[in-house]
Design a protein around this ligand. Structure first.
Ligand code: PAZ
Length: 332
């Protein structure tokens, strides 16, 4: 087995439970946008998103916004150091593939350099991409062991690209994420209930406001120890539900590490933000089981022992989410 340094050591972790935070007041969110400048490239993204959505108004496809990967919190403006989280974007990239397979057009808002739909099969794996290739008669070819599966992935990838079904939008910092999420949500308003939000990104709860970020690399000689006072990121889900995307169906994820509080926290999120569905998962078992929590129901989706490590749990999650979207659309 290869050594995986990115897997957190959950057995020796110390429990320092921290309290629940209040929902952000609207003023917190207004202040966030007042105090933080939008990324300079935002108008370019707006043009791409508007064009993509306009195109799918003509194809009649439902459009899903999939958010994926983890946000960073820079500690310096010329960023040498930043706070990050574990998410590689597996959930988001895999889910995007199953949405595409099930007829949706996908806006994929992802952490730059995290996993992408289709290429995820060959990047960030324990194999180097060169391991998928062989040399034969002085020419390069795909290793026969991988060729059939690769052809299937290639076909799906080409179809998504050639039919303009997948729009890749990157972010890195939490500031970029929030500005871009707000922008895409507002652009998606024209799609009404045909728009679906599938918020799988791991968004930082804490950040360093721009007013407190030093311009240059923090000097260790000057500081000795480094004390960083982070502030709470306003919870934007309420704003998303109320005003950025009032006609869309919204699915959020809730990640916990303590199984005893997962359902409680998922229900809490649903009550607070009044959206349609929370998918709960535990860090330790997220690839094998998730729980769907709605205002009336909680239901586990689990891989069987034989399926573990072989089947993507997203192949079970996405059809269920789509069924819920269809059902919800019909009831509106
Ligand atoms: O990227 P990944 O597949 O390793 O992890 C996915 C996940 C656990 C980040 C996602 O399923 C999730 O729960 N996102 C929301 C996290 C949260 O803010 O609670």
């Amino acid at each position: 087995m290869p050594i995986r340094t990115s897997v957190p050591d959950t057995t020796s972790a110390i429990d320092r439970s921290h309290p629940e935070f209040p929902v952000a007041e609207l003023v917190d969110e207004d202040n966030f946008f007042k105090d933080h400048t939008p990324p300079a490239y935002l108008p370019e993204i707006e043009a791409q998103v508007r064009e993509f959505i306009a195109h799918h108004q003509t194809t009649g496809k439902n459009v899903v916004l999939v958010t994926s990967g983890g946000t960073t919190v820079p500690l310096e403006n010329n960023t040498v150091r930043f706070i990050d989280n574990f998410s590689a974007g597996t959930r988001g990239a895999t889910s995007a593939e199953y949405f595409l397979e099930n007829g949706y057009a996908v806006i994929f808002l992802h952490r730059e350099f995290s996993l992408l739909p289709y290429s995820r099969h060959y990047s960030h794996t324990t194999n180097c991409f060169l391991d998928y290739m062989d040399e034969a008669d002085g020419k390069i070819e795909i290793n026969k062991k991988f060729a059939d599966e690769m052809l299937l992935v290639l076909r799906k990838y080409r179809h998504a690209k050639d039919s303009n079904l997948l729009l890749l939008i990157p972010y890195t910092t939490v500031n970029q994420y929030l500005y871009t999420l707000q922008l895409i949500s507002k652009c998606l308003q024209v799609a009404g209930k045909k728009a679906l939000f599938y918020l799988a990104a791991a968004v930082s709860d804490f950040f360093l406001p721009s007013s407190k970020i030093p311009e240059h690399k923090i000097q260790s000689q000057a500081t000795g120890t480094l004390v960083v006072n982070l502030e709470q990121v306003p919870k934007f889900l309420r704003r998303l539900v109320d005003s950025w995307a009032p006609s869309a169906m919204i699915v959020s994820f809730k990640l916990e590490t303590d199984a005893n509080i997962l359902i409680l926290k998922a229900k809490g999120a649903l009550e607070r933000y009044q959206h349609q569905l929370v998918i709960g998962n535990l860090l330790q078992t997220r690839k094998d089981e998730v729980v769907f929590v709605t205002s009336t129901d909680e239901r586990w989706i689990r891989l069987t022992e034989e399926q573990k490590g072989v089947v993507d749990i997203e192949s079970l999650i996405i059809p269920e989410v789509i069924a819920a979207h269809t059902d919800w659309t019909e009831r509106q």
